[in-house]
Design a protein around this ligand. Structure first.
Ligand code: ADP
Length: 490
């Protein structure tokens, strides 16, 4: 053995007995690393964090079949606290001692140099401001940097974490921690850093579900470590919910503002619709009151007053109907009866207006089965459709009303050759208040007739109401369909 030492003076090596006590050290060891005391345990020169691992490795040399060339990476530490990463290779001698050959782990030294230069104040400022937990791990699996968010998440002080094995973030139990570290090493080895859900353990042993994402850090072709980012799933779920709720609220606000505007517009329209007939009624009543009116004019003025009063009454009725429909307070009186007579009455009711405008109304009504209907309400719907057809048509055109059996019910169509409806407004005409801005043609009326008609058909008679138009200027056809055998609740 003296021979070995003599030959290898310049080599850094220690001769230890099976207990791990230093028997001799080479000159090379004290020159390259630091001087050691013979008789001391070799483990006292090993970094406290690597000590347990070293002891296990050393005991295995003792007990297991000895395998020469089994190299171990560890860190030495001298009395002044200087840390050196080394590799050690054991060799068994015939007289029950081991020669431990050391050499500096250049690879680690290089990557440590890398970290020293990489962790600039700017980098630290970035890490400090990130709200997710961030850690940097060197190739040995030790934490070289952690950010405040990670410390807060796990309840550690930064200095407790730096230098620790990354496995400690996963478990404080030594075995578990080692397993986690090697899992981490595998992740690094196979470059498999992708988003995944993992569980960390905080300082008090509480489990914490996080989403992990990471990146391999290389300098040139050399792997120097990995960057890990963890997001507390509870936080992110709360944040996600919060974002969602905020978004919903914002949308609701936008919708409310739009509805608010619609109501404002509607109110000013209704104001106008009420004021115009009232002004006419008042004006013509005053003429009559003054007395010096010719007989022909008298008739005309009374006609205007009568017509404007009807217009007023219709508007007031529409507003009342709509508010009753909305509140579910509109009472229906369903009676089993044929539909066509009701449609005929509606045609009669609009005849005067149609003649005045010179719009011809033709009928194509089939007998059809009896239906459970509220006669007055269905008549109201048919009148509304016919009046619209006349109102939105030019003179000398034709409006057709037809009925036929279809799909277990009766379908009614009111077709005109009028100004038609733009495709994008086909649904809008059935929305209350919506006519105000979006519809191109407006004569008289508050845009309530169709929304009311649709509710009467669909809610009051379990039917359907829809409309077809080839576009502006191409006429429109309004349809409604009522099923038979349905006796709706009154
Ligand atoms: P209004 O009292 O304004 O006529 P309605 O609810 O009956 O209210 O109709 C809503 C809107 O739908 C009308 O203002 C008009 O723009 C459009 N409309 C209704 N019927 C027709 C039709 N037959 N042809 C063209 N446009 C129509």
């Amino acid at each position: 053995m003296e021979q070995i030492l003599a030959n290898s003076k310049a080599q850094p090596l220690l001769i230890v007995n099976t207990e791990g006590e230093i028997k001799q050290s080479s000159d090379g060891f004290s020159q390259i690393f630091f001087p050691v005391q013979t008789g001391e345990a070799v483990s006292s020169y090993i970094h406290p964090e690597d000590r347990a691992e070293f002891k296990t490795w050393f005991n295995n040399l003792n007990t297991q079949q000895f395998r020469a060339g089994q190299v171990k990476n560890l860190r030495l530490i001298d009395q002044k606290g200087m840390i050196l990463s080394v590799m050690v290779r054991p060799e068994q001698t015939p007289d029950q001692t081991y020669i431990l050959w050391f050499w500096e782990d250049k690879r680690v030294r290089e990557t440590e140099d890398y970290w020293q230069s990489a962790l600039t104040p700017a980098m630290e400022a970035v890490l400090t401001s990130i709200l997710d937990g961030v850690f940097l791990v060197n190739v040995e699996g030790k934490l070289v940097e952690v950010n405040p968010a990670l410390c807060q998440m796990l309840g550690y002080h930064k200095f407790e974490l730096i230098g620790m094995s990354v496995g400690m973030l996963f478990s404080r139990d030594e075995k578990e921690s080692q397993k986690a570290t090697s899992r981490f090493a595998r992740i690094i080895k196979f470059n498999r850093v992708k988003e995944m859900n993992i569980t960390l353990e905080d300082r008090s042993g509480n489990k914490l579900d996080v989403t992990y994402n990471g990146a391999i850090i290389r300098e040139g072709s050399q792997l120097v470590g990995i960057l890990g980012i963890v997001r507390d799933n509870r936080d992110s779920k709360i944040m996600r919910d919060l974002h969602q709720k905020t978004e919903d609220l914002e949308n609701a606000m936008v919708q409310l503002a739009a509805r608010d505007k619609m109501k404002d517009d509607f109110l000013s329209l209704v104001g106008h619709e009420l004021r115009t007939p009232l002004a006419n009624i008042l004006g013509y009543a005053e003429f009559l009151d003054e007395g010096n009116v010719k007989e022909g004019e008298r008739k005309e003025f009374i006609g205007v007053i009568y017509q404007e009063s009807r217009r007023l009454a219709r508007l007031v009725n529409e507003i009342l109907d709509l508010s009753r429909l909305e509140a579910g307070r509109l009472i229906y009186h369903h009676v089993l009866q044929p539909l066509d007579p009701v449609l005929l009455e509606a045609v009669d009711a609009v005849r005067a207006e149609a003649e005045q405008k010179r719009v011809r109304i033709s009928k194509n009504l089939g007998a059809g089965p009896e239906l459970w209907i509220d006669r007055d309400r269905i008549k109201q719907v048919a009148i509304n459709l016919l009046i619209n057809a006349v109102k939105y048509s030019n003179s000398e055109t034709e409006t057709k009303i037809s009925s036929k059996e279809l799909d277990g019910g009766i379908m009614v169509a009111v077709e005109d050759q009028g100004m038609g409806i733009a495709l994008e407004n086909l649904e809008k005409v059935f929305e209350k208040f919506s006519r105000v801005e979006s519809l191109e043609h407006h004569t008289q009326g508050a845009g309530l007739g169709l929304p009311i008609a649709k509710k009467i058909i669909e809610e009051g008679h379990s039917g359907r109401m829809w409309l077809e138009s080839q576009g502006l200027g191409k006429g429109s056809t309004f349809f409604f369909w009522i099923p038979k055998q349905v006796k709706n609740a009154g």
